[in-house]
Design a binder for this molecule. Sequence first.
Ligand code: NAD
Length: 309
Amino acid sequence: MKIAIIGVGSVGSAVATAVKNTGLAHEIVLFDRDGVRARAAAEDLGHASAFSYDVKITAVNTYRAIRGCEIVIIAAGANQKPGETRTDLLQKNVAVISDIVPRVMANVDSKKVKIIVVTNPLDVMVMLAQKLSKLPAGRVIGTGTMLDSARLKIILSRQLGVSTRSINSYVLGEHGDSSVVNWESVSIGGIALDDFCKQAKIALPATTRKTIEHRVRNAAYEIIQGRGATWDGIGAAVADLLHAIVNDEKRILSVSTVDGNGKDAVAMSLPRIVGENGVITTLHTKLSKEESVALRKSAKIIRKNFDLI
Ligand code: NAD
């Protein structure tokens, strides 16, 4: 499969490495408005491929070169500086997505292509990319809260002393400050969280849960403070999403796609079944009253930001 990555900064480079390491692509094309940067990334990554899979990696300076790509990953645009929120990037990245998507669509097969959006503020960028591309909603997929859900799993794994692979837990809503931890649906080895805690004699009171929520929401801020940007986690999330699509895994992932039409349309993360056609089905999990209110509020925030553009 031929895959394009648009934007090869910190995130795009990590995504390219992770995509290369899946072995799912026979060709990866890198495009960045900074051609020197793209060429350097392709060169470096090309050397790395000599130690893993045979994959052709090229930097391209025209969108014509993405012809034949069935998956286009957009990782271009401004990132958060220390103290900035994802929403602060809105206007800058509206310009970036508006520049990229029409050029992508002019060069791909609209019947087949799937666009993976990574650029923040993620959910609004998914809405914009879907609108500009006119693709079916299920084929414009934002990584959404995949990363937030992974962060939650890691914290729970340490707290509960079980492998992340035995934990089923999702963060829903905005990939941003209004994200919602869906405690009501958390299960450990198929056992509801409260029941698991009783059996394992572990206390997880409301105060601890609030602290966990805070840590999940603030993880990116802390990483940005410490290393200037985040890239490894999102690289792995994109690779995981790619596996689900290319291998038609029909896995349930908390990704963001547009639901609804017209003024009611909004993109946010919900558990969705993902396969070769992108998002196939959206699922509705059990929510507490508080979670349900928070999720509606999150949707409103995303829609309000979209209406600002
Ligand atoms: P960066 O500044 O390191 O790189 C951005 C790259 O985009 C640059 O190389 C720049 O030249 C390129 N670019 C800008 N406008 C372009 C255009 N119109 N066409 C082509 N290329 C263009 O930033 P980064 O750290 O790589 O972050 C990229 C984006 O990813 C940001 O919006 C950031 O917030 C987001 N991000 C998302 C997640 C997530 O979970 N979804 C996680 C981390 C970062």
